[in-house]
Design a protein around this ligand. Structure first.
Ligand SMILES: Nc1ncnc2c1ncn2[C@@H]1O[C@H](COP(=O)(O)OP(=O)(O)OP(=O)(O)O)[C@@H](O)[C@H]1O
Ligand SMILES: [Mg+2]
Length: 281
């Protein structure tokens, strides 16, 4: 369920790196609790930079970001990590402890929780991501990429942030592994009530899982809305150099066929087809 009051408000945000690169320009958006958002856009469009602004790691050059009533400019890292968690594009850039348990405990220890609380948080996170016990004392680098990603997500979950941003969750994984990790993120959204933002280039995954799409190009937001609606804005999408999933393109190919141009999944298309057939009988 989504609530009306925004959990995150981004107001006229600009962000410039010290070398003068203008990575974000005039960004305005609101995110309410319970959303499942895909942030899409070509390489270098500003997706990672925006995420790092949302979790307070980067402070706006101009404009403001309000998270749960706190302005990121005036908030501490500790206040922010408890609200917005960011899982790195490459989990290996995030994992640096010598065993999985310590890796997941790192954040809670860092915010000075008691040993008891740390243990409770780690065990809870391990249970949510389903990391088998044999791996708890293993070095993260001996795990498969899928499991390393789970450890990376668990290390963020242990801080109990409401929003979880996962940068490129399916890169380098086959379809089965991708669906597994995405189903897991969907559970965090459905069953545990987390707001999820994924950053991805994988359009079929966007079609299946995301309810809202924010499309970026050249430091700006070009489109923002329900997934099916954004995927029908073909001219806008062209500016982002992105194409909707093939199934959506197929549904849009010949309007006379009568498919919904915002069709997102094969199941959805089959359903529409069966309905058309039923009507014809
Ligand atoms: N540390 C940095 N210093 C200077 N410029 C940077 C830095 N990090 C990123 N940039 C630049 O900022 C812009 C936005 O980069 P960003 O990493 O946010 O894009 P992205 O959409 O996440 O791309 P990708 O899909 O490749 O991950 C790009 O022009 C990039 O070169
Ligand atoms: Mg990036």
């Amino acid at each position: 369920m989504t609530e009306k009051a925004p959990y995150i408000q981004v107001i006229d945000l600009d962000f410039e790196y010290p070398d003068g690169t203008q990575a974000l320009k005039e960004i305005n958006l609101e995110i309410v609790k319970g959303e499942f958002i895909a942030l899409i856009g070509q390489n270098g469009s500003g997706k990672t930079t925006l995420s790092k602004c949302l979790n307070g790691l980067y402070k706006p050059t101009a404009g403001d970001i309000i998270v749960d009533g706190l302005n990121t400019k005036k908030s501490s890292i500790v206040q922010m990590v408890k609200r917005v968690g960011y899982v790195f594009q490459n989990p290996d850039h995030q994992l640096f402890n010598s065993n999985c348990w310590d890796e997941i405990a790192y954040g809670p220890r860092n915010i000075q929780l008691s040993d008891e609380e740390v243990k409770e948080r780690v065990e809870e996170a391990i249970q949510v991501v389903g990391l088998p016990k044999i791996y708890h004392s293993e070095h993260p680098f001996f795990l498969s990429k899928g499991l390393r990603q789970r450890v990376a997500i668990a290390s963020i979950l242990a801080l109990r942030p409401h929003v979880i941003i996962v940068d490129e969750p399916t890169t380098g994984q086959d379809m089965k592994q991708s669906l597994e990790i995405m189903d897991f993120l969907q559970d965090l959204n459905d069953k545990h009530g987390h707001t999820i933002i994924i950053i991805t280039h994988d359009m079929p995954i966007v079609g299946i899982y995301a309810r809202r799409v924010i499309a970026m190009a050249q430091a700006r937001i070009m489109a923002d809305g329900p997934t099916g609606e954004v995927f029908t804005q073909t001219e806008v999408l062209e500016k982002t150099f992105l194409a909707p999933p093939q199934i959506t393109q197929l549904a849009q190919a010949d309007p006379d066929l009568g498919f919904n141009p915002g069709t997102l999944t094969v199941e959805d298309m089959v359903g529409q087809f069966l309905e058309m057939m039923g009507r014809r009988e």
